[in-house]
Structures are given as structure tokens and as C-alpha cells.
Design a protein around this ligand. Structure first.
Ligand SMILES: Cc1cc2nc3c(=O)[nH]c(=O)nc-3n(C[C@H](O)[C@H](O)[C@H](O)COP(=O)(O)OP(=O)(O)OC[C@H]3O[C@@H](n4cnc5c(N)ncnc54)[C@H](O)[C@@H]3O)c2cc1C
Ligand code: FES
Ligand code: FES
Length: 1400
């Protein structure tokens, strides 16, 4: 079949308007097309207003749609979600489905209608209820995830206008949010749900809103306590008739489908889309190497990050034969082109039609189809693509294999069937497709009576996570017996391919289904399934344990079913089926996903407060609606400026090496490449001696920036960096772990120490002493908006405008000034809003700003630098991993007399904030406890890793985990519950801290007591114990944690703040201040302050941006104090202005604001004022170990309950109650949002977020697929947050407190609840109750800690290569790793994937 040399026109619709693309490039994704292109939209109007007759008018419009966001580019975060609508050729119905635009090639959209967030609604025209409700329910903070959330929810409502809560979880499971903690997003979604009845306190039998006499807590009794953060009655109803219709033109196209082959030629790749099956087969014969492209969820990521290249892509999207579904008496045939979402529906329908015995395989597949990837990916991925990709982690192939599925193949030669066998899965040529063959469909036979099929899977978290290990298992019994006639077991995630344990199964044929068989099966399975150390997703010992644990679950499941089935049959040979004790049945239950419920309580404002005064009210985030409509402009949404160029960074592939040479010649020859910026181009200073912006002759970590390519497009720049050749000479030593750093005496700064009492003497007098170690892993910020900067050089006086996503624009300005050797007054930094920072955008943006500025100066062009998620994670560092050792001396009653803690943090290769983090860590270690004899020491290790930096909580979340672990260890030794030890040792009266700062712990005690009350802690503790007695394989744990968190910086100068307030003659007011909007709602709070002070409604006020030109010399927005200090400055400016207006107001008290302003102008009274706050006093004398380092404390307490599955290590969060001392919250909706968001982020730190490095120091976890932040299904099933009422602090602005960081540590209540459950399991199994504490408590850690016969069995067969490939940086010394096959090296080692450019 000839392939035309000219491209066809690509026709599709975006937001109801036609797009005609004449030069569609197959390599362009929908995301970059929407964001970067000025799209020519053709609107065809059917009616002209001036003519009676119908006639056609064509409106051309150029459009750039930036509402759809980039955050990962791998389909893993949902930020780029859009809705695609197509007419289904079989059902003839319009199918609406969500997709991730970053994986959708535009060429796949022929004949489709795309709806983006801009097409759903807008502030300018009409808001969609989804947009309105997410915003008004406070479901946005930074707002970067909001358009994706809107699109997922919108698509759900297009298909189900009254969805179930299960639908809701499913639809939003693929959308990550790093700020909100999801609770408010769920709350908004639930307003559309059928069963949403408003009752929040599930299972307690009482309604949350009905705070009656039963509620024994003082929170419950208070009449001035509010539980509503938004008014549901205000919401517009959902009116499905108002939605965009499917374009009639596309309908016509679908009714008369184009049979001609369509071809789209790109720069490097040709896309061929045949119109008939015959043509497809002809093309496949002609281009046997060309892959078929369907969902592109496998091909796309491989092309993007593994360097796979296919010059020709064959798209069978228009071949209806691949979508045929046929039902027969003995099975089901599903077209290979059906999406996984369609497969799910098809199977669900079949299950509802057939008797249970026939649907075993279908139900097993359905189970995995619920958790496989996200809704978006399931909508895109095809059955054929899934089967053929043969990913080792495939969730469906193990089940299809045991279910004896066959593959129907077709080529020009004809058709044939091959089994989906272990040989096919292993990729053996004899069992595989021939290159010219196409998979037409998959046949899945029915199961039969006496046959049982099950599926198992364990992943880092429940939703949207690749499995660590999965399995499909099937057994067939001789009729009426428990004798195994056929057995099939297949595992995924255990090596390079899905593995079938064929030998073991054969050897078990003819055996009875009993304990003896179970033991033998486990032994044989472990013998047969050999797991290489490099297999991703956990250590070998964990995987081996899962192999047998899954089989044990299968054994029990089958036993249960067999027993019920066999009842009517006579028991052969008087055999008795083994009884399963009720305690063991808990092994069978999975944790179902449930939508979180809960109550948020806060104190209402005084009834005398004027209505106009917004302070203390739950005002929506100022940008909320702009976030949800996509109209909020983030840095990379700024339209391309004239002559703009792109910059991409080149980073070191070596952890410690000398740079011998850099060869740029080939890179500079790539078309479009303008320049490569190296250290030599820096006119001023290149960072500091120890922390260079661009490496000069030595690199200190993988990911260190060496140079930067400037090109016309980012694609060209990325191609160029592949061509840069850097020769290194490796240097010794390479230090990656804390243990290695200690060994090499490699530290960044001197030890910090605080001491009180006489620790040695105290240890002599105590009843008991315990020593222990605690390991806390690092954390990636994972702000949704990656680091972004746009530098625009001006023509005059070397002026520069810099638009940057930063928490500290003044630092960017300063760094650019010294790098370019240009005074600061020529450089203006602008921050409109930041898509999440969490500390990660304090120091780093200055580096990117400075490098981009060098590029701008050298080329004379504006430079845009937007980091890929991979680069962002590789380069920027994160939270410091920590290794802590403690020695604690206590009396038998639990009173702690002496505590000695020594902590080491992994600082990475430069100082950055590591010294400060060490100091904060030491200052905060005592948490809520008064211990007379204390010694705290801390040191930051210098290692060959990217420098770690500030992160929400600044050392507190890591350090205090050591203190709290110590308390748990004391409790275990005393045989008392941990909460008793906590209570016994807590500060009770006005006292002094270890650094001699006086404070009153009254609110700490109040929070603690309220938390115990509201959570019914003591009752629930008993219930947990009861549950644990009754269940062997599931255990519950409960923990309550107190918190004393110090707010602010340890320096008065860091608390200063300024504001500039202008009143214009029309009465409108422009407020500017030194804080940056990171999602924490600082601008909203500032306008609340200004509104109260000026006594005008918030509608008169506006904040445009933070800029170094309006408020100079600002302090980083950090340390939870931004709203407080900047609020003081705004207050000051407003008070100055009001004072000036006073005489005018006095003269005309009944006058309107506008009249007063006009009069003031007439009288030449300045309507502009600078406000200033000189800062809270704060200092610390480290010599003396004394000071007043913090302005004030935030107190809190959290209680969490979890249930763990001892066989898999999975856990579910049953309930969390938080009580936080916010004093008089400026805005309870925002503050509760901060508490919830930080709590969930903390929960991620302590349970799922695990950074993995290669032994060479290369970060493996560089995207959402390898690094798991919490998803919507991780929110506790019941999640209650209360702000402590009637609390005051005279020191701060309106008696409010900063809550930005403190909630983070409360996430540890989940961690301690998990360890409580693990301890219960260990106790029952008679294993030592004290165990090394390790955070995160991943499923792997939990499973291995719940040691049992299966964890012991893992050693029963020797493994060729038991060593892990990944290192935990906080502790594990470098080990000698086993060999890694070359193909895996390519797949696993990002340093070798692209641009990492060693000539060696
Ligand atoms: C973010 C993300 C999360 C994921 N999570 C999971 C998970 O939890 N569990 C899991 O199991 N998987 C997961 N996956 C993998 C996903 O299931 C597969 O990528 C997907 O099923 C592949 O289907 P596709 O249509 O996108 O294939 P494509 O990428 O379009 O094609 C893949 C390959 O299949 C070949 N092919 C496709 N159709 C045919 C045919 N009819 N005949 C011959 N060859 C064909 C192509 O030539 C190509 O080589 C995830 C993927 C992503 C991106
Ligand atoms: S950017 Fe597309 S899913 Fe993350
Ligand atoms: S609001 Fe969701 S990522 Fe910031």
C-alpha cells in the first residue's frame, strides 16, 4: 500500500470549535499542542443574524489553552486531564472519557471532540457547577491541580449525573493534589452524589451536625462552634442540558467513516491510520517493525524516557474489527482495541448475566481493573496494548494466563490462535506474534464448577500505583472432591517478565487441598520463582514473602468456597476439610476504597462583629474560581514573548568526579540550537565557592548542573543535550549514606548541642534504660508546578524582568544581580502565584533564575526554563533523611528521667539550609515533654547527593519522630500504653524549654484532652484490643500524638515585613506585601486584614502580584509566619491611611468611602502608604544553649486508627481526629485546609513516600509512578479536624496563629498507629515487641515486621541475587550489588536514559 508523501488534514474539535491541522506531527502531544500552539479554531455558524436564510459563516480564532497543566508528562498525576468524546461505532453512542493529554498524540484525535477546562466554564461567561463547587468547598489551594480535578469530575458527571461515591473515588483516583489533602475536593464531589445525605459521622449512629448532649467534648457542647465551611444551598444545580453537544460535523464523519488511509508526516515520525482491517494488515506486512499505537500509555513513556524511537506508527483506531465483543457458551472474546475501561464494563455485564461458577476469571480481572492505574489510563490503554506490552508488573496478564486465555492473531496470511502462555509472556519467539501479525482479540473462557480463580496485588498504595508483586491463581478440583486436578499460578513484579510457576503446579496435582499441600506448595513456589535483586518494587525478601502470603490467601479463599460447595456431596474417605478459625478469616478481606467523611469544627466569629468584616470567616481562596476555570495564570502560562528561547539543563551523570572535557560541537549543530551556557559565560560570581551555579571542574553529585542549552524549542534543546559529551574522571570517595558520612567524618557544619540537667547522673538512678535507632527517609516536595522561570531582558540599561515560581523573589533578584554583576535596582522579580512550594522554592529558584538570566544576557533573548518533573526531582533535593540514636532512662511507672538523642541528617553536597535545619531539629526535639535531664546533638552530613533543603516543618517532622519513638519504646518496656507515658511526661504548667524559653502549655493540654475526648480514644483503644483478639491476620492500631510546634525564624530580622497600599480615586484599593501566594491563601488573608482595617468590603480590594519593585528586600515566605508578619505590615499601612482619612470621615461620617477618597484627593492627602512590621524578637545563643528563638508555639494533637493486613503489609486509615490550637483563625477554611493538607503530606512522609537511589547515587524515583504521594483514597475514612475554641494569644495579629507547617508532624499519628498494630501482631506471634523504627512504614516494612511462618519461609531456597538495587540513603551502606541485566540498566538507570553524557 503506497504511503502518500503529503500529510492529510487532521480534523478534530476543541471546546466545540473545529481544529484543522495541516502539518500534524505525530510526536506532538495534545498537552503541548493546547499549551504551546496558537490553535486556529474554526467556528462554523449556522445562522447569520442579518439574513433570514440559513447560511454558513466561518469564524477564525487563535487560541492558546493553558488551563491544562503539565506536572509529570507520564500520565501519573492527572494535572493534564481533558475529556475526549467519540462516537462508538458499535453502540452508536457518544462516549465521553477522561484522558491525560500528556500521553495523547494529536494524530490520535482524528474525528474526536476534546473538552478542556476552558470549554467547561469560565468566570467571564458562565461557571460550571463543578468549577463553582470545588472552589467554594475550598478544594483549591495553589490551584495547579484544579483544572485536572475539574475535568475528571466533569467527565464523570457527563456519564453519571448522579454518581455513586465509588464512582467519585474512581474518577478522581488519578488526580494528585499536593496541597489540600483531598478532603475538600471530595466534599465538593459528594454534593453531586446520589447517596450524599450530609451525615458525616459514619457508623456512630449520630449525625455530626447534631452536636447533642451525647457529645461529651467541650467542642461538641459549644454553641458557637461551626461545622460548615461552605453553604451548599448557594450552589447552582447541575443541568446536563447545558453541556456542549457533540459536534454534528463529527457525527456525520462517524456515520460515514473515511475508509481511506490517513497519513501524517512529522519531522521524524510518520503516523499511518488505515481505514480498513485489510489495509492495516497490508501495512503491518509492509512495516513489520512499526508498532501499533493505541492508548500510547506504554509506547509513549518508552519513547519519552527510554529513548525508544519508531519512525513509523500504525494507528488502528478506526478499525472496528478490533472492537468486536462476542459472547459464546464457553467464553468471551474481547477486541484488542477495547480500552481497559470498556473491558471492565464488558466483564461486569457478563458477570451479572452468568452463574457465579462461570465468572471466576472475569471477577478476578474486574478486581484488578479497579486498581490498575487511574481512570484516565484505563480509558486510554487498550487490552491489546496491555497484553502485548507484557510489562513484568502487568496486572491482567497473570490472570489471563491462569484463565487459559488465547490470543486471536491475524495477518495477511490468515488467522491463528496462540495461548497466552508463560512462553508468550517470556517473549519466546516460538510463542510470540510474528512481526506482521496483529492481535485482533483475546478469548477468555468461562470458568467451571469446581474451579476457582483469584487475583492478588500489593502496591505502595491502594490506588494509582504499580504493583510490587501481583498474582493470578487458578485451581480445578476433581468433581465433588478436594483433589487438585489442575493448578496454575502466575506472578508479576518478580523479574523481567510475568512468571508462571509451572513445575510447582504440576507437582501438586492429585494432592488434597490441605495444610500439608499448603506447606509443600509454598516451598516449591519459593524454589521455582527466582527473583533478581534488580526487580523493581521492593526487596527480594519482601517479594518472596508476598509470593507465599498470596498463596496462603488463595488457600484460605478456596477452602472457604470448597467447603460450601462440597456440603451436598458425601465426604470422600471420611476426610474433613480443615476448619478455618474465625480469627483467620480476616486474611480474606481486602480493604475497600471508601470516600472519607468527617467534620471540621471552628469557632464562629463574635455575633457583634460587623458583617462586612471578613476576619475569622471561612472566605474562599481569592483565586479559587480562577483555579477551577483554568484562568489563574501560573508562570509557564505566560504567553510566549517575542523572540523567546527555551533553556534545558545538562546535569552530571557522576556522583563525584573531575570534569575532564566538555564537547559541545555536535550539540551546537542541531537545528534551532542557539547557544550552550557554561560557567565561563557568567559575568559575575558563579554562586559560592562550595555551591556553584554551574559546575566548573568538579561535580559533587548526580544531577549537579553543568551547562544549559538554549534553543528555539524545548524539543530541540533536549535533542541537543543528548549530543553533549562530557568526559569525567571519577573521584573517591563517593559518600551517599549517613553511615558512610559518619565513617568518613564528612560533615557540612559543626555539631549543634543542647543540654540540661545532669544526664549521666540521671542514667545512674533510673529503673530501666532503653537504647534504640530510628531511620526517617527523605521526602520530595512534589509541588505540582515544577520549577519555572521566564527572564525577559529589556533593551535599556541592562534591565531584566523575571517571572518566577518562588517563595523568595528577593533572593532570586539578589542572586541574579551578583551572577550578572548588575545592581539589584535593574532586576524586577514578579511572583503572581506559585503552584506549591513547601520549602522547595525558597533557595532553588534563584539558581534557575540566575542561569536563565545568564542565557538571556548572552543571547539577548527572553529565556524560559521549565523543569521536567524528572529533572526537578533529580536536581532540587528535598527533606533531609535522618538517622537518630536514642538512650532513654525511666522509672517503671513510665516517668522519663533522662533522654539522650543524637541525630544525623543527610545534607547532600552543599550546605544550603542544612545547618539551620540541624538547629531547628535540636531546638524542637523535646516536643511536648518536660524531661529534666536532656542532651540533644545534631549534625548535617556532607554526601554526594543533591543538596537537601527546606521542607515544611524544617527538621521537626523527622526529629520528633525519634522522640515519639522513644516514648513508644518506654511504653513497651513498662507494659503501659504509649499515651500514658506521653501524658506522664508532658509539660503541665508554665515552664521553660530546654533552651530556657518560658511558655504556658495550657493549650497543649487542652488540645490533648479535646483530642482524647472527640476521638473517644479510650473506648476505641478497648475496641481495637477486642478486634485484635478476634483477628489474627488483620490488626488494628491506634495512637494519639501531642505537638508543640514553634513558629517563625530564629532571628528578629527575618520577621520584618513590609506592605504598600494604594487607594485610587475611584475608591479601589491595591494591596501589595512581601508574602508570596503559594496556595496557603496569604493574599486572601491580607485582604481580610485590609478590609477590617479600612472598614470596606473585600470587593474594593485587590492584590496583583508580589514584586521586588513594589516591596523590596522581602523575606522568604516560610516558617508559618508569612501571614502574621505581612499581615502586620498591611495592618500598619491601612492604619496609616485611615488615620490620614480620619478628619475627612469625622467631617462627613455618613459619607461613602468613595466620597471620602475623593475629598482626600482634593485635599492633597497621600492615598498611598507603606506599612512596616519590625518583627518579633527572636534569638538563640548557641554558646550558652539559651535563647528566645521563637515568637510563639502552635499546639495540637492527633489521634489515628488504622488496620493493617499482616499478610501483605497494606493498611487502611480508619479514622483521624485532629485538634489544633489556631487561636483566633483569620480564615478557618484556609487554616483547616492547611492543617489537613499538611497532615496528609506528613502521612505521605511517614507511610508511602520513599526515595530510591542506585548505588552510584542516581535517583530512581523521579516521577509519580515511582514516588508515591498520597492519593484521594488515602484520606482517612473518617477525618475530623477541630480548631481549639476560646484560645487567645495577645502577641500576634488579631490573636491568630500560623498553621502552615505544624500539621505535617501530626501525620505521624498514622505512623504510630501502624506501629501499634504491628506491635500487636508481633506480640501475638511472640516476637520481640521492640523493633527498629523506620519511616516510611511502607507495606514492605509492615509485612516484614509482622514476621510469621511465611516471612521465615523466604529463606527456604537460596536466591542467586538477593541484593537490592536501591539504597535507602538515610542508612544503608553501599552494598555489593548483584549483576543487573543490560536491558534493565537502561530501563532503571535514568543517568543512562538521556542526556547523561559521559563519553566513557
Ligand atoms: C501512569 C500509568 C500507570 C499504569 N499503571 C498500571 C498498573 O497499575 N498496572 C498495570 O498492569 N499496568 C499499568 N500501566 C500500564 C498500562 O496498563 C499499559 O501501558 C497499557 O495497558 C498499554 O496499552 P496501550 O493501548 O496504551 O498500548 P500502546 O502503548 O498503544 O502499545 C503498546 C504496545 O502494544 C502493541 N500493540 C497494541 N495493540 C496491538 C495489537 N492489537 N496487535 C499487536 N500489537 C499491539 C504496540 O505495538 C506496542 O508495542 C500503567 C501505565 C501508565 C502510563
Ligand atoms: S502531566 Fe499528564 S498526567 Fe501528569
Ligand atoms: S491545590 Fe492541589 S496541588 Fe495545589
Amino acid at each position: 500500500m503506497p504511503c502518500p508523501s503529503r500529510s492529510d488534514e487532521l480534523v478534530f474539535f476543541v471546546n466545540g470549535r473545529k481544529v484543522i491541522e495541516r502539518n500534524a506531527d505525530p510526536e506532538v502531544t495534545l498537552l503541548s499542542f493546547l499549551r504551546k500552539n496558537w490553535i486556529l479554531l474554526v467556528r462554523v455558524l449556522a445562522r447569520s443574524v442579518f439574513a433570514l436564510k440559513l447560511r454558513l459563516a466561518v469564524i477564525m480564532k487563535l487560541m492558546r489553552l493553558t488551563g491544562t497543566k503539565y506536572a509529570c508528562g507520564r500520565g501519573g498525576c492527572g494535572a493534564c486531564t481533558v475529556m475526549v468524546s467519540k462516537r462508538d461505532p458499535t453502540s452508536q453512542e457518544i462516549r465521553h472519557f477522561s484522558v491525560t493529554a500528556c500521553l495523547v498524540p494529536i494524530c490520535s484525535l482524528y474525528g474526536a471532540a476534546v473538552t478542556t477546562v476552558e470549554g467547561v466554564g469560565s468566570i467571564k461567561t458562565r461557571l460550571h457547577p463543578v468549577q463553582e463547587r470545588i472552589a467554594k468547598s475550598h478544594g483549591t489551594q495553589c490551584g495547579f491541580c484544579a483544572p485536572g480535578m475539574v475535568m475528571s469530575l466533569y467527565t464523570l458527571l457527563r456519564n453519571h449525573p448522579q454518581p455513586s461515591e465509588e464512582h467519585l473515588l474512581e474518577a478522581l483516583g488519578g488526580n494528585l493534589c499536593r496541597c489540600t489533602g483531598y478532603r475538600p475536593i471530595l466534599a465538593s464531589g459528594k454534593t453531586f452524589c446520589l447517596e450524599s445525605n450530609g451525615c458525616q459521622q459514619k457508623g456512630t449512629g449520630k449525625c455530626c451536625l447534631d452536636l447533642g448532649e451525647d457529645d461529651s467534648s467541650s467542642l461538641g457542647r459549644k454553641s458557637d462552634i461551626c461545622t460548615e465551611l461552605f453553604v451548599k444551598e448557594e450552589f447552582q444545580p447541575l443541568d446536563p442540558t447545558q453541556e456542549l453537544i457533540f459536534p454534528p460535523e463529527l457525527l456525520r464523519m462517524a456515520e460515514n467513516p473515511e475508509k481511506r488511509t490517513l497519513t501524517f508526516h512529522g519531522e521524524r515520525v510518520t503516523w499511518i491510520s488505515p481505514g480498513t482491517f485489510k489495509d492495516l494488515l497490508e501495512l503491518k506486512a509492509k512495516y513489520p517493525e512499526a508498532p501499533l499505537i493505541l492508548g500510547n500509555t506504554s509506547l509513549g513513556p518508552a519513547m519519552r524516557s527510554k529513548g525508544h524511537f519508531h519512525p513509523i506508527l500504525l494507528s488502528p483506531a478506526r478499525i472496528s474489527e478490533l472492537n468486536v465483543v462476542s459472547k459464546t457458551n464457553d467464553g468471551l472474546t474481547i477486541g484488542a482495541g477495547c480500552s481497559l475501561a470498556q473491558v471492565k464494563d464488558i466483564l461486569a455485564e457478563r458477570v451479572s448475566e452468568l452463574p457465579e461458577e462461570k465468572t471466576q476469571t472475569y471477577r478476578a480481572l474486574l478486581k484488578h481493573l479497579k486498581s490498575l492505574a487511574s481512570q484516565q489510563i484505563r480509558n486510554m490503554a487498550s487490552l491489546g496494548g496491555h497484553v502485548i506490552s507484557r510489562h513484568s508488573y502487568s496486572d491482567l496478564n497473570p490472570i489471563l494466563a491462569v484463565g487459559n486465555a488465547t490470543l486471536n492473531l491475524t495477518s495477511e496470511e490468515g488467522t491463528r490462535q496462540i495461548p497466552l502462555s508463560e512462553h508468550f509472556l517470556a517473549g519466546l519467539a516460538s510463542a510470540d506474534l510474528k512481526p506482521e501479525e496483529v492481535l485482533e482479540s483475546v478469548y477468555i473462557p468461562h470458568s467451571q464448577k469446581w474451579e476457582f480463580v483469584s487475583a492478588f496485588r500489593q502496591a505502595q498504595c491502594q490506588q494509582n500505583a504499580l504493583p510490587d508483586v501481583n498474582a493470578g491463581m487458578r485451581v480445578l478440583f476433581k468433581e465433588g472432591t478436594d483433589i487438585i486436578e489442575d493448578l496454575s499460578i502466575t506472578y508479576g513484579g518478580v523479574g523481567a517478565a510475568t512468571v508462571r510457576a509451572h513445575k510447582s503446579c504440576q507437582q501438586l496435582l492429585g494432592r488434597h487441598w490441605d495444610e500439608l499441600m499448603l506447606d509443600e506448595a509454598c516451598r516449591r513456589l519459593l524454589d521455582e520463582v527466582s527473583i533478581p535483586g534488580w526487580a523493581p518494587g521492593g526487596r527480594v525478601e519482601f517479594k518472596r514473602t508476598l509470593i507465599v502470603s498470596f498463596f496462603f490467601k488463595f488457600y484460605l479463599q478456596v477452602l472457604q468456597e470448597l467447603k460450601s460447595l462440597v456440603k451436598p456431596f458425601p465426604v470422600p474417605n471420611n476426610r474433613r476439610y480443615p476448619e478455618i478459625s474465625d480469627r483467620f478469616l480476616s486474611a480474606l478481606e481486602d480493604f475497600p476504597g471508601t470516600v472519607s467523611q468527617g467534620v471540621q469544627r471552628y469557632q464562629s466569629v463574635d455575633s457583634h462583629q460587623p458583617l462586612q468584616d471578613p476576619v475569622g470567616r471561612p472566605i474562599m481562596h481569592l483565586s479559587g474560581l480562577k483555579h477551577t476555570t483554568g484562568e489563574a495564570e501560573f508562570c509557564d502560562d505566560i504567553p510566549v514573548v517575542d523572540k523567546e528561547l527555551c533553556m534545558v539543563l545538562v546535569t552530571s551523570a557522576k556522583a563525584h568526579a573531575k570534569i575532564i572535557s566538555i564537547d559541545l560541537s555536535e550539540a551546537l549543530e542541531i537545528p534551532g540550537v542557539v547557544d550552550v551556557i557554561t560557567a565561563k559565560d557568567i559575568p559575575g560570581t558563579n554562586g559560592t565557592e562550595d555551591d556553584k551555579l554551574l559546575a566548573v571542574d568538579e561535580v559533587l553529585c548526580v544531577g549537579q548542573i553543568i551547562c544549559a542549552v538554549v534553543a528555539e524549542t524545548d524539543v530541540q534543546a533536549k535533542r541537543a543535550i543528548e549530543k553533549i559529551k562530557i568526559t569525567y574522571e571519577e573521584l573517591e570517595p563517593i559518600i551517599l549514606t549517613i553511615e558512610d558520612a559518619i565513617k568518613h567524618n564528612s560533615f557540612l557544619c559543626p555539631e549543634r548541642k543542647l543540654e540540661q540537667g545532669n544526664i549521666e547522673e540521671a542514667f545512674e538512678k533510673v529503673d530501666q534504660i532503653v537504647e534504640g535507632e530510628v531511620h526517617v527517609g527523605g521526602q520530595e516536595h512534589f509541588y505540582m508546578e515544577t520549577q519555572t522561570v521566564l527572564v525577559i531582558p529589556k533593551t535599556e540599561d541592562k534591565e531584566l524582568d523575571i517571572y518566577v515560581s518562588s517563595q523568595d523573589p528577593a533572593h532570586v533578584q539578589k542572586t541574579v544581580s551578583s551572577t550578572l554583576n548588575i545592581p539589584s535596582n535593574r532586576i524586577t522579580c514578579h511572583v503572581k502565584r506559585v503552584g506549591g512550594g513547601f520549602g522547595g522554592k525558597i533557595g532553588r529558584p534563584a539558581v534557575f533564575g540566575a542561569i536563565a538570566a545568564v542565557g538571556a544576557l548572552k543571547t539577548g533573548h527572553p529565556i524560559r526554563l521549565v523543569l521536567d518533573r524528572e529533572d526537578d526531582m533529580l536536581i532540587t533535593g528535598g527533606r533531609h533523611p535522618l538517622f537518630g540514636k536514642y538512650k532513654v532512662g525511666f522509672m517503671n511507672n513510665g516517668r522519663i528521667k533522662a533522654l539522650d538523642i543524637e541525630c544525623f541528617i543527610n545534607g547532600g553536597c552543599t550546605l544550603d539550609d542544612s545547618e539551620l535545619v540541624t538547629e531547628f531539629l535540636i531546638l524542637k526535639l523535646e516536643n511536648a515533654y518536660k524531661i529534666r535531664n536532656l542532651r540533644f546533638r545534631g549534625r548535617a552530613c556532607l554526601t554526594n547527593l543533591p543538596s537537601n533543603t527546606a521542607f515544611r516543618g524544617f527538621g521537626f517532622p523527622q526529629g520528633t519522630l525519634v522522640t515519639e519513638s522513644c516514648i513508644t519504646a518506654v511504653a513497651a518496656k513498662c507494659g503501659l500504653p504509649p499515651e500514658k507515658i506521653r501524658e506522664k511526661n508532658m509539660y503541665r504548667t508554665v515552664d521553660k524549654t530546654i533552651y530556657k524559653q518560658a511558655f504556658n502549655p495550657e493549650n497543649l493540654i487542652r488540645c490533648w484532652n479535646e483530642c482524647l475526648d472527640t476521638s473517644s480514644f479510650h473506648n476505641r483503644r478497648m475496641q481495637v484490643e477486642e478486634f485484635n483478639k478476634k483477628n489474627y491476620w488483620k490488626k488494628r492500631g491506634i495512637a494519639v500524638i501531642p505537638m508543640k510546634f514553634s513558629v517563625g525564624f530564629v532571628a528578629t530580622s527575618y520577621h520584618q515585613a513590609a506592605a504598600l497600599v494604594h487607594i485610587y480615586t475611584d475608591g479601589s484599593v491595591l494591596v501589595t506585601h512581601g508574602g508570596n501566594e503559594l496556595g496557603q491563601g496569604i493574599h486572601t488573608k491580607m485582604l481580610q486584614v485590609a478590609s477590617r482595617e479600612l472598614k470596606i468590603p473585600m470587593s474594593y480590594l485587590h492584590i496583583c502580584e508580589t514584586s521586588t519593585a513594589t516591596v523590596p528586600n522581602t523575606i522568604a515566605t516560610a516558617a508559618s509566619i508569612g501571614a502574621d508578619t505581612n499581615g502586620r505590615a498591611v495592618q500598619n499601612a491601612c492604619q496609616i491611611l485611615l488615620k490620614r482619612l480620619e478628619p475627612i470621615i469625622k467631617k462627613n461620617p455618613e459619607g461613602a468611602w468613595e466620597e471620602w477618597i475623593e475629598a482626600a484627593f482634593e485635599q492633597r492627602i497621600s492615598l498611598s502608604a507603606t506599612g512596616y512590621f519590625r518583627g518579633y524578637k527572636a534569638f538563640m545563643d548557641w554558646e550558652k544553649g539559651e535563647g528566645d528563638p521563637f515568637p510563639y508555639y502552635v499546639y495540637g494533637a492527633a489521634c489515628s486508627e488504622v488496620e493493617i493486613d499482616c499478610l501483605t503489609g497494606a493498611h487502611k486509615k480508619i479514622r483521624t481526629d485532629i485538634v489544633m490550637d489556631a487561636c483566633c483563625s483569620l480564615n478557618p477554611a484556609i487554616d483547616i485546609g492547611q492543617v489537613e493538607g499538611a497532615f496528609i503530606q506528613g502521612m505521605g512522609l511517614y507511610t508511602t513516600e520513599e526515595l530510591k537511589y542506585s548505588p552510584e547515587g542516581v535517583l530512581y524515583s523521579r516521577g509519580p509512578d515511582e514516588y508515591k504521594i498520597p492519593t484521594i483514597s488515602d484520606v482517612p475514612e473518617e477525618f475530623n479536624v477541630s480548631l481549639l475554641p476560646s484560645s487567645q494569644t495577645p502577641l500576634t495579629l488579631y490573636s491568630s496563629k500560623g498553621l502552615g507547617e505544624s500539621g505535617m508532624f501530626l501525620g505521624s499519628s498514622v505512623f504510630f498507629a501502624i506501629t501499634d498494630a504491628v506491635a500487636a501482631a508481633r506480640k501475638e506471634r511472640d516476637i520481640a515487641e521492640d523493633f527498629t523504627v523506620r519511616s516510611p512504614a511502607t507495606p514492605e516494612w509492615v509485612r516484614m515486621a509482622c514476621a510469621d511462618r511465611f516471612t521465615e519461609m523466604r529463606w527456604s531456597a537460596p536466591q542467586a541475587d538477593p541484593q537490592p538495587i536501591a539504597l535507602s540513603i538515610e542508612r544503608i551502606p553501599i552494598v555489593c550489588l548483584g549483576p543487573v541485566p543490560p536491558q534493565m540498566v537502561k530501563a532503571r538507570d535514568p543517568a543512562l536514559l538521556h542526556r547523561r553524557n559521559s563519553s566513557g
